[in-house]
Write a protein that binds this ligand. Structure first.
Ligand code: SF4
Ligand code: SF4
Length: 93
């Protein structure tokens, strides 16, 4: 299991426990590649917070997403991916 897979597993475990995904170094951000989306709407069905809308393609509201990974797990076309963005720090110099 590589680092990305490990963090993905952590996402799911933390989301299942009711907590938003959080890591001191990164935020996980989920996104949908419209060119791969086949409009099945399965992701909308499984999203626990209803933060995926569909018009005309599926789109994730990142301000609501808890990074559980359910949508990317169920997507039959591999249209939903995620990446890590470094967290902004409040370091003042
Ligand atoms: S599950 Fe995947 S293919 Fe289906 S609507 Fe969602 S993003 Fe598109
Ligand atoms: S990772 Fe996907 S299923 Fe989970 S909350 Fe975010 S948009 Fe919804």
């Amino acid at each position: 299991m590589d680092e990305k897979e490990r963090l993905h597993d952590e996402n799911i475990k933390k989301a299942a426990g009711g907590g938003a995904w959080n890591d001191n170094r990164y935020n996980a951000v989920y996104g949908i590649d419209e060119s791969l989306c086949i409009a099945c709407q399965m992701c909308i069905t499984v999203c626990p917070l209803g933060c995926i809308t569909y018009s005309p393609f599926a789109k994730i509201d990142d301000s609501v997403c808890i990074r559980c990974g359910s949508c990317s797990d169920i997507c039959p076309s591999g249209a939903i991916g995620w990446w890590l963005e470094p967290q902004e720090t409040e370091e003042e110099n």
